[in-house]
Design a protein around this ligand. Structure first.
Ligand code: FES
Length: 113
């Protein structure tokens, strides 16, 4: 069972989850990491679940298109991921900064021809 550590608001919260768990889904049904995980839409749109991965990133799949769109390449490079888009099978240590990230601005609309 994966062990999860969440650093938030100056504290570290640790617990175990079942293989192939989604942390936002679990928090939504009031299981660890509830109430320590910040989240919102659960659909890869709001960026509230954005977390900096401190350890275990090597076991995560490549970012999907929602993460690319919401976080943008710069935040992905800094190690941020959207927890609602990940199913966890290995130990993971993450940090959620005090303020949620603003959603990355989307590309400007193409100029009308
Ligand atoms: S909870 Fe909204 S993007 Fe993950």
């Amino acid at each position: 069972m994966p062990r999860i550590a969440i650093h938030r608001l100056g504290q570290c919260h640790e617990g175990e989850v079942k293989d192939n768990s989604n942390l936002v889904v679990r928090a939504g049904i009031r299981q660890f990491p509830y109430p320590h995980l910040r989240y919102g839409c659960g659909m890869g749109k709001c960026a509230k679940c954005a977390s900096r991965v401190l350890a275990g990133a090597e076991h995560l799949p490549a970012p999907n298109w929602k993460e690319l769109k919401v976080l943008g390449p710069e935040r992905l490079e800094q190690g941020y991921r959207l927890m609602c888009q990940l199913w966890i099978e290995h130990d993971l240590e993450i940090a959620q900064d005090d303020l949620p990230l603003a959603v990355a601005p989307s590309a400007p609309p193409a100029a009308a021809a």
